[in-house]
Design a protein around this ligand. Structure first.
Ligand code: BTN
Length: 245
């Protein structure tokens, strides 16, 4: 398909729109949807993603994945590194990565990534992955909703502090970095270098099960090796991990 880049002032969810464009054949690899505000931003695990006007960057990129869905962990790790690199280049801010794909600044989550698969209706094969990135630039007026107040942060303290930032350049840099980083499927070295999790006491939320463990290291396939409280080792491929301070 032709180059596909849609920019909306307001939309329900850029991931939803990007998936639709991919399913209907309007957009292919590299297609992008960017919005100034989302009214139904999606987060991981069925949560919503708070997406107020102007205070954040909300974008989705369609990628033709190499390899199987099993490797989506690597794709997601590459997306986190793309955001890390783009933010460093444009703002000089060095973000930390929290396994799997949250980015942190000053102990607060400033960016979340949601990777969704677009499957072929008949064969059930995965045609595309849609990588959605939500990056908080500053705290919107009225503050964060109470559910996320303890964890949410932003690159800049307020709107005035963010005034010198060229949002379009940052968006373009993220998209380019994402396309560059995902050219081959591998664990980027920066994913390990910038990771906040290895060596830390963590809490694992896996469905109903909540337990404590110690994070050891990130494996070459992106999974996380942990030591359970009974001393046994296990390897996590998904699940929510929070750092215990
Ligand atoms: C998470 O932290 O749970 C993932 C959040 C992902 C949010 C982004 S914002 C752009 C894109 N469109 C969506 O609806 N969600 C992603």
């Amino acid at each position: 398909p032709e180059v596909y880049l849609k920019v909306y002032q307001e939309i329900d969810s850029t991931n939803r729109a990007a998936k639709e464009a991919a399913v209907t054949g309007l957009a292919g690899h590299g297609g992008c949807v960017v919005a100034g505000k989302q009214t139904a931003g999606r987060g991981r695990r069925g949560r919503s993603f708070y997406s107020p006007e102007e205070a954040g960057l909300y974008l989705s990129v369609i990628l033709k994945p190499r390899g199987s869905l099993k490797e989506s962990l690597l794709l997601t790790a590459e997306a986190a590194v793309a955001v890390y690199k783009a933010v460093l280049r444009i703002t000089g801010i060095s973000l930390g990565i929290k396994w799997v794909n949250d980015l942190y600044y000053n102990e607060k989550k400033v960016c979340g990534i949601l990777t969704e698969a677009v499957t072929d209706f008949e064969s059930g094969d995965i045609d595309f992955a849609v990588v959605g990135i939500g990056l908080n630039l500053y705290e919107a007026e009225g503050g964060y909703p109470s559910e996320i107040r303890n964890v949410a942060g932003a690159l800049y303290e307020n709107r005035e502090a963010a005034a010198g930032l060229d949002r379009n350049r940052l968006a373009a840099e993220i998209i380019n970095a994402l396309l560059e980083e995902t050219r081959e499927l591998r664990l980027p070295p920066e994913y390990i270098q910038q990771n906040l999790v290895p060596g830390r006491e963590i809490q694992i939320v896996d469905g109903q099960d909540i337990r404590k463990a110690k994070a050891l290291e990130i494996c070459p396939d992106g999974r996380l090796k942990v030591q359970e409280s009974d001393g046994s080792l296990s390897i996590l491929a998904y699940g929510e991990v929070s750092l215990i301070i």
